[in-house]
Ligand binder design. Structure first.
Ligand SMILES: O=P(O)(O)OC[C@H]1O[C@H](OP(=O)(O)OP(=O)(O)O)[C@H](O)[C@@H]1O
Ligand SMILES: NC(=O)CC[C@H](N)C(=O)O
Ligand SMILES: [Mg+2]
Length: 505
């Protein structure tokens, strides 16, 4: 899903960006990077790995300056080579550093255009590097060394007309400041925050509000879909709506799984939306499984815990922590390959057998995607002596690929693809399986902000909000990003393109 952050401060920003990235780590575990501007020069450190492993004191010391951006990556286009870690950089115009959350759906056409019209070479397979070059080319005609806010906004307008897909972006421009913008459908989140210092106001943008909280910035507002925010080096803020017909359609999977519960996205508390999901699903279980004898409700840590507690309250059943999570293992779903995901479930979760022995348990997860977690967890519950194992998912059946920044390029790998509920239940070997209805999921999230009339729900219903996704496109991403391509050997070959500005190690 990727996390992005940018700060224009009145003092060094390296530590704040680092701290903000650590609280956005749940959005991307593959690579991390920070790029700062000091005295007309960029300073960069990026590498594969978690934030705590990528940045050592020696790197932090080099990342000087009062303007900077950062990124944590979950690859959803190109390869997971360190050459595709972000921020990216181009030297013209001015020198631009760039970080992106989302995924483009017309990367292929853009590739041809960037070369034939802009005469720009892209040396990676990353869609984010393409997006950077489209933006840079649009800014190419800015007059003078100090770019005017209007010139920035006009470049963002051009980007909106050329690019399709999902994008929340932050960029830092040498000699000028920080730009951030969000796609006209508002698929990926982006918030603006402010902090008062004795030398004046400091501004920050981030994927989630929790990043602002962690470094003492106050939430100002969500960046609107299609809007651009520009903060110059003096700390002056300029904003403009740069899209013709913007509309707010946040990705509903942010609320189901991706975002941290203590974040607010487009005026919606992620935590409250999950509690609502639990209530709705609990009511459905009470209606449809009235005759089932459930002894206990057990969450599958970590994301489903808020949902499961509310299901237990709604059903008036005990809630117990039957699984202990190894706090040193990250999220399994955003790991790069199926082998690693599969192996990590048992390393991550262990059962407390006394909570299962002789009981009819209702296991709750936020979602079932490939079925990697549910299948193994049910096996563990049985090994621990459970009598009956029922399973509830706070999200509906996921049957369609995602093209907006979640790494689900192939319908075939989705356990619900081509299967009815009884068949999925057989695959994961549960005694009963129940999913949230799509309308209930949407209502659960909308309850927190009724002004949002539509969410990006394509993984559940196959309606792709940008209107440009057809079967041919889905087949092409399946082919180019299927599990095969993520094999370590192929990844190694792609890493040969390590032509990026690493700085000294
Ligand atoms: O059906 P699957 O393909 O297994 O995917 C779904 C599972 O993956 C996620 O957990 P993850 O371990 O990524 O993170 P969490 O600790 O935040 O729950 C999600 O919460 C489900 O448990
Ligand atoms: N999940 C994301 O936001 C990924 C951003 C970009 N498409 C990449 O793969 O690097
Ligand atoms: Mg989980």
């Amino acid at each position: 899903m990727c996390g992005i952050v940018g700060i224009v401060g009145k003092g060094p920003v390296n530590q704040d960006i680092y701290d903000a990235l650590t609280v956005l780590q749940h959005r991307g575990q593959d690579a991390a990077g920070i790029m700062t501007i000091d005295n007309g020069m960029f300073h960069l450190r990026k590498e594969n790995g978690l934030v705590r492993d990528v940045f050592r004191t020696r790197h932090m010391k080099r990342l000087t300056g009062n303007v900077g951006i950062g990124h944590v990556r979950y690859p959803t286009a190109g390869s997971s080579s360190s050459a595709e870690a972000q921020p990216f950089y181009v030297n013209s115009p001015f020198g631009i550093a760039f970080a992106h959350n989302g995924n483009l759906t017309n990367a292929h056409e853009l590739q041809a255009e960037v070369f034939s019209i802009a005469r720009r070479h892209i040396n990676t397979t990353s869609d984010s590097e393409l997006l950077l070059n489209i933006f840079a080319h649009a800014l190419q005609n800015a007059a003078g060394f100090e770019v005017k806010p209007e010139e920035i906004f006009s470049a963002v307008e051009t980007v909106h007309t050329k690019i399709r897909g999902a994008y929340a972006v932050v960029a830092a421009i040498i000699g000028n400041g920080m730009v951030a913008f969000r796609d006209p459908f508002g698929i990926r989140p982006l918030v603006l925050g402010k902090r008062q210092s004795e030398h004046g106001d400091e501004y920050m943008v981030a994927s989630e509000s929790v990043a602002l909280d962690s470094v003492g910035f106050t939430f100002v507002r969500d960046v609107a879909p299609g809007e651009a925010v520009y903060v110059n080096e003096k700390g002056e803020l300029f904003t403009k709506q740069c899209a013709k017909n913007p509309s707010c359609n946040p990705c509903i999977f942010e609320f189901v799984y991706f975002a941290r519960p203590d974040s607010f996205i487009d005026g919606i508390s992620v935590y409250a939306s999950r509690v609502n999901m639990g209530r709705k699903l609990g009511e459905k279980i009470a209606r449809e499984w009235a005759d089932l004898d459930i002894d206990v409700v057990i969450p599958i840590p970590e994301t489903s815990m808020d949902v499961a507690l509310q299901i237990a309250v709604t059903l008036d059943k005990p809630y117990r922590q039957g699984f202990v999570k190894n706090r040193y293992i990250g999220r399994t779903f955003i790991m790069p390959g199926q082998t690693q995901r599969r192996k990590s479930v048992r390393r991550k979760l262990n059962a407390i057998s006394s909570e299962f022995k002789g009981k009819n348990v209702l296991l709750v997860d936020d979602s079932i995607v490939r079925g990697t977690t549910s299948e193994q967890i049910i096996e563990m519950a049985r090994e621990s002596g459970a009598n009956k194992v029922y399973f509830a998912s706070a999200a509906p059946e996921i049957r369609f690929p995602n093209v907006y920044g979640i790494d689900m390029p192939s319908a075939n790998e989705l356990i619900a693809y081509g299967r009815e509920i009884e068949q999925i239940c057989e695959c994961i070997k549960a005694d009963g399986l129940i999913f949230q209805n799509i309308d209930d999921l949407v209502d659960a999230v909308r309850e927190e902000n009724s002004a949002i009339t539509r969410f990006e729900t394509s993984v559940f219903d196959g309606n792709y909000i940008t209107g440009d996704v057809n079967q041919e496109y889905l087949e092409s991403i399946d082919k180019s990003r299927g599990e095969k391509i993520k094999s370590p050997v192929i990844q190694e070959e792609l890493s040969n393109l390590e032509m990026h500005n690493m700085g000294t190690h």
